[in-house]
Design a protein around this ligand. Structure first.
Ligand code: DHK
Length: 142
């Protein structure tokens, strides 16, 4: 069974509360339940995590080496700033799928560039929580 680590970065614990017109009204717990349901259907084992701390996310990416087959990440705002998260992905050399709930290209210009995209085999944005389901389906096929 394929093992996928799903990482969520800063402020994603505020899903359902933060800017619902952009991120929707569903919570992180709803997102976790959706991922668990989808993973079960796809016969994938997942570990779903969230942290507001860059270093914690980097430690989890390092830990994935040898323990997971792929990583799905929504790095939140760190997407647009973190060379260190990009370097961590390069270090572990695991397949990465990047997900964003909102459509970055339709938002402020500072959200248009993603460091994570440099390491990701697929970037999904603007599909709401279903983007995570799409990411899992992609990895199930890979
Ligand atoms: C989530 C965030 O927290 C923002 O900082 C990103 C992303 C967009 C999302 O769409 O899921 O810019």
């Amino acid at each position: 069974m394929k093992r996928v680590l799903i990482l969520n970065g800063p402020n994603l614990n505020m899903l359902g509360i933060r800017e619902p017109e952009i991120y929707g009204r569903e919570t992180l717990a709803d997102l976790k339940a959706l991922c668990e349901k989808s993973a079960k259907e796809l016969d994938i084992a997942i570990d779903f995590r969230q942290s507001n701390h860059e270093g914690v996310l980097i430690d989890w990416i390092h830990e994935a080496r040898g323990n997971f087959d792929a990583i799905i990440i929504n790095a939140g705002g760190l997407t647009h700033t973190s060379i260190s998260i990009l370097d961590a992905f390069k270090a572990v050399a695991l397949p990465v799928v990047e997900v964003h709930i909102s459509d970055l290209k339709k938002r402020e210009s500072f959200r248009h560039f993603s460091y994570i995209a440099q390491a990701a085999e697929l970037s999904i944005a603007g599909e709401g929580l279903q983007g995570y389901v799409k990411a899992l389906a992609h990895l199930a096929k890979a």
